[in-house]
Ligand binder design. Structure first.
Ligand code: SAM
Length: 393
């Protein structure tokens, strides 16, 4: 996800968005009252993003692209999906089967991957999509129907993970959209909960429940040090469970998870003492999740060590952990970016801008990683060259 970092310049929402946000705020106030005065941050994030008919992903906000709040790699350029298709083709060649995409957004990535797989003569049995948002499911069907009508029949939406998937699983920027808990390290571990005061939402501290407390103790054990007093950050209690379910659904093949995130030792670095929340509104990035409920995106960077360790505990192997830039370069970005010699200058310049956005360290190239997991797959992945496999998690 890419947006400018200028929180002080948040634009005013238009009248319809402001009205929608008032409805979401009223819903959150109700939930807070029902819960006895406060919600954990994960509960607040769940409601703000996914409350049926109201949450940011569940309702009609534009979200993606120029008229929305952010862009993701597939929205930046078809190159992302076309290169990813090459890696999918290699995996499908070994194990056969289907592609399963989790959290497919507008359907853009599905169009690019499936279209390129067709031209590589490597069509999967099916292209399956598991999406939690009914609004986005409808948008995906529209995009795929309009842009790939001849392959529409090969696409099927699931309402739960399959029992024994063979092939590839892909998920771009899904982990960062899963609700996280917030905590503060004091003498004990404290949980940050959300209350309403004078019409606004605010954070209050309470004793952490056992699951959160134990998760923070485990982080400290891994780091071999206690976090400093006052240190504030996030923990995703849901991500390990989510990845365990995905690994459990894979009979053979690979899972490719793309997201912005870090290994644990960097995630909980001493100088990162206010956590990794990132909110997006009209292409401005900031870190206040309690404003603009229901009309701004709320995300958190991913602790990839936690995800990898849950995957291994569930029976997956780590095939590699690389930056998005390395993934794309190893998988054939050079071949995909070739234009005919007589291509117009504007087209060449546009393509070069897209490549920069996807690969440069200051753009999406370094912050975004690919965690590749495998099961019953003997061959190494082209995207993860030998040297890259030594990246430590
Ligand atoms: C930031 S968007 C990314 C969309 C798309 N992958 C892209 O790169 O443009 C997050 C997507 O994940 C979906 N999502 C969130 N939680 C999910 C879950 N538990 N299972 C499947 N999809 C989920 C959202 O509805 C949305 O489609």
């Amino acid at each position: 996800m890419q947006a400018d970092d200028r929180p002080e310049q948040l634009p005013e929402p238009d009248a319809a968005s402001a009205e929608h946000s008032r409805r979401v705020a009223a819903h959150l106030r109700e939930r807070i009252a029902e819960a006895g005065g406060s919600l954990s941050f994960a509960e607040y994030m769940q409601e703000a993003l996914y409350a049926p008919g109201l949450g940011y992903y569940a309702a009609g906000a534009t979200k993606f692209g120029a008229a929305g709040d952010f862009v993701t790699a597939p929205e930046v350029s078809p190159l992302f999906g076309r290169v990813l298709a090459r890696q999918c083709a290699e995996i499908l060649e070994h194990v056969g089967g289907s592609v399963l995409e989790l959290g497919a957004g507008t359907g853009r990535l599905a169009v690019d991957v499936l279209g390129r797989l067709e031209s590589l003569n490597a069509l999967p049995d099916e292209y399956l999509i598991l999406e939690v948002s009914p609004e986005l499911t409808a948008r995906q069907a529209e995009t795929i129907g309009a842009e790939l009508p001849e392959l529409r029949e090969r696409v099927r939406w699931l309402d739960r993970l399959p029992e024994a998937h063979r092939g590839v699983v892909i998920a771009n920027e899904v982990l960062d959209a899963l609700p996280v808990e917030r905590f503060v390290r004091r003498e004990s571990i404290r949980q940050l909960r959300v209350e309403e005061q004078g019409g606004d939402f605010c954070f209050v501290e309470d004793e952490a429940p056992p699951l959160l407390r134990d998760a923070v103790f485990e982080i400290e054990d891994d780091l071999k040090r206690a976090l400093e007093r006052g240190y504030t950050s996030e923990v995703s209690l849901g991500a390990p469970e989510w990845v365990a379910d995905v690994v459990g659904a894979l009979e053979s093949g690979a899972i490719l998870l793309f997201d912005y995130g870090l290994p644990r030792r960097e995630y909980y670095a001493t100088d990162r003492s206010d956590g990794w929340l990132r909110c997006h509104f009209r292409h401005r990035a900031h870190s206040d999740p309690l404003i603009l409920p229901g009309i701004q995106d709320i995300t958190a960077w991913v602790d990839f060590t936690a995800v990898a360790s849950a995957a291994v505990d569930s029976g997956a192997e780590i095939a590699g952990f690389v930056t998005q830039s390395a993934f794309l370069m190893n998988s054939g970005l050079d071949a995909e970016m070739q234009l005919p010699a007589d291509a117009p200058l504007e087209q060449q310049l546009a393509l070069s801008e897209q490549v920069k956005m996807l690969t440069l360290p200051g753009a999406m190239g370094e912050a975004f990683k690919c965690l590749a997991l495998s099961r019953g797959l003997d061959a190494p992945l082209a995207a993860i060259r030998q040297a890259d496999r030594t990246h430590t998690l």
